[in-house]
Structure formats: structure tokens, C-alpha cells
Design a protein. Structure first.
Length: 354
């Protein structure tokens, strides 16, 4: 049985800020696909989930879901939960007298117009909340900031399908063969609910993978062998890695650039800059630079790039040796293995920056 510990306090607070655009009154819904325990920092079990139990999902990353237990946030690996329902906000209804649109997220901001109790407005997507203030648009198209507790929220439940892959040939009679892509609509009694040929079948969980088979893996882009006159600065590489090691265990936070929290490209930019090597901020920008390096010629300090949540380079790590690399992923800065299935099937290539 897997166990999951509470996020470090820095991660917990940051998640609270990052999820300000989503009101927790209506979380997405999933189902536990295995037994797992949620523990606090002291090792005490705060929640025991059983297979088939419903789970409220507050946030997700490429590899994990964030769930809330007793008003605290915890991360759980995605292979332990199948998301089945997405809550999509439809509108906000003003539930208090005296609510007004402000030009800034502050009680001291200028009033654009007053809102009537019962009036419908719409949250502006892509705008982060500022504390308890959110930016909305009225039915007349007027935009402004409103104090969030002034609203009731209307949601629409949308069923979610998850892509998976067949392992073996458990259901050959339905035309699902080893390696075939499947759409998973539910989970019941250790089986995944899959629709095929107009009907639902139930496939044992041991016959389903969420990692593409090897024959469907992402192939690295063509690379060139380093020129013979290209020297590798071993001393600089060691200094960069030593700086990166100082941050092992620090929380992963989307968009963070250090020094207390990092995302993947933020970690690269920070530790390289500490040693005088300037690289761009984002993974895609970093991937556009440097000298392509064949996997057989990797050396310490080379950057490894992966395609994860979107097409193109969307994750990066710093190569150490023996297929190991340091990266900010999941919950924290950690050391990963290039040959692990998750990374091997998403590997795009490597670049040398110095």
C-alpha cells in the first residue's frame, strides 16, 4: 500500500496562492484505483483511502493530483486516482447587497459600477485571483474586480475520459490488442471501464498502462555528434551540479525561479546563472539554444529535454552521469533516471550550453 506525506509548508502555501483562480467549493471528482494513506509531516495518518472510494481533486500536475484533507493540501501520484468528473464553472450569481465592480482588487479601488443582488456575472478566464478578489465580466461586457464571497457559483459536471494503453490481450474478442490506445471512462472493482465498438467492457487494472508502449514512444529529434574540437568544461559542470545539489528536496512550484521553490526551467536558469552561464527562462527557449548532443555523448551539465504535458520541449533536467539527472518535478527537486519509463518515453534530446 502506498503512502503519501503532506506537502512541505512552502509548497502548501504556494499551492494555496496558485489555486486562487479555482474555488474549492466545487472540486473535480476521481476514484481511488488503489488503497493509499495520506500522512502528515509527523507520519500520522490523516486519511485512509480505499480502492473505489471517491476523491475530491483540487489541482493537477503532469504526474500528481492535489487533494485536500482537513483543509490541508497533499499530493498523490496520478496512478492511484482516475479523474472521472470535471467541474466547469458556468456563472457567478451576486448573493449580497452592496457588491460593486472595482478598477483594482481593493476596497479602496474606484467603483466602476454597482451590482444588484441576483445579477449574473462571469469569471474572466486566465486572470489570477488577488487574495479574495476575482476579475469578472457582466452580461453587458463591463469588467472589474469583485470581492469573491459576494457570489454563489454555478457549475456543470462534465464526464472525463482518460487515455490509456492495453497491456497484453485480455479482451481480444473486442479488438483491443496489446499496445492499442483506449479511452477510460470509469473504474469499478479493480477494473477500468472502457468503451469499444459501441459497448462498455471492463478490463482488469493490471492490463492497462498509462505510459505509451515502446513502439509509440516519442523519438528524439535528429542530433549531431559534437565537433571534435568542442571541449567540455568539467570544472564548470561540477560547479553547476554542486549548486544544484544544494536545492535537492526544495518544493516544486509552477513558475518558480528560486531560491526557495523552483519549476524545472527555473532551476536550470538559477543554478546556471550562479556560475555565470545565462540561459533563457522557459524550457522551450532553452531547447532552442545550445549544441545538440547524442545520448551516447552526454556529459555532466548537459541539459536533457522531454515532451510531457504539451507538444515540444516542456520539461528539462541537468545531466549528472550514468543516466541520472537532477530536475524539479512532481513535489520537489530530485534526482531521476533517464531510463525510467516515464522519462524514456518522453525524451526529446540533449543540448550543451557551455
Amino acid at each position: 500500500m502506498k503512502e503519501f506525506k503532506k506537502l512541505p509548508i512552502g509548497m502548501l502555501l504556494t499551492f494555496g496562492l496558485l489555486t486562487g483562480t479555482t474555488v474549492y467549493a466545487q472540486a473535480d471528482v476521481g476514484v481511488a484505483t488503489s488503497d493509499f494513506a495520506v500522512k502528515d509531516k509527523a507520519g500520522n495518518v490523516v486519511m485512509q483511502y480505499k480502492m473505489n472510494q471517491k476523491v475530491s481533486i483540487q489541482k493537477e500536475t503532469e504526474t500528481a493530483y492535489t487533494i485536500t484533507v482537513n483543509d490541508n493540501n497533499y499530493q498523490v501520484e496520478k496512478n492511484n486516482i482516475l479523474k472521472t468528473i470535471k467541474q466547469e464553472e458556468q456563472s457567478l450569481r451576486v448573493n449580497a447587497d452592496g457588491a460593486s465592480l472595482k478598477n483594482t482588487p481593493s476596497l479602496f479601488g474606484n467603483t466602476i459600477e454597482n451590482l444588484n443582488k441576483g445579477e449574473t456575472v462571469y469569471r474572466i478566464k486566465g486572470m489570477d485571483a488577488q487574495g479574495k478578489w476575482i476579475k469578472v465580466r457582466t452580461t453587458q461586457g463591463v469588467e472589474g474586480w469583485v470581492y469573491n464571497p459576494s457570489f454563489d457559483e454555478n457549475y456543470n459536471e462534465t464526464p472525463v475520459s482518460t487515455k490509456g494503453y492495453m497491456l497484453g490481450s485480455a479482451e481480444e474478442g473486442y479488438g483491443i490488442l496489446d499496445g492499442n490506445e483506449i479511452e477510460i471512462d470509469g473504474f469499478e472493482n479493480a477494473t477500468y471501464k472502457v468503451k469499444t465498438q459501441g459497448k462498455y467492457i471492463f478490463i482488469p487494472k493490471d492490463f492497462v498502462s498509462f505510459t505509451p508502449p515502446l513502439n509509440q514512444m516519442i523519438h528524439p529529434q535528429p542530433v549531431q555528434t559534437p565537433p571534435q574540437n568542442l571541449t567540455h568544461n568539467d570544472a564548470l559542470a561540477n560547479r553547476i551540479l554542486n549548486e544544484a545539489y544544494k536545492h535537492l528536496g526544495k518544493p516544486y512550484v509552477w513558475g518558480a525561479t528560486g531560491p526557495d521553490t523552483f519549476d524545472c526551467s527555473g532551476l536550470v536558469q538559477y543554478v546556471f546563472a550562479k556560475e555565470g552561464v545565462i540561459v533563457p527562462r522557459t524550457t522551450s527557449e532553452q531547447f532552442a539554444l545550445g549544441i545538440p548532443i547524442d545520448t551516447n555523448h552526454l556529459q555532466a551539465g548537459d541539459l536533457l529535454f522531454f515532451q510531457t504535458y504539451e507538444p515540444g520541449a516542456s520539461h528539462v533536467g541537468i545531466y549528472i552521469k550514468d543516466n541520472k539527472f537532477i530536475n524539479a518535478v512532481g513535489e520537489r527537486v530530485t534526482i531521476s533516471d533517464l531510463q525510467a519509463p516515464y522519462f524514456a518515453t518522453r525524451y526529446l534530446g540533449a543540448k550543451r550550453m557551455f
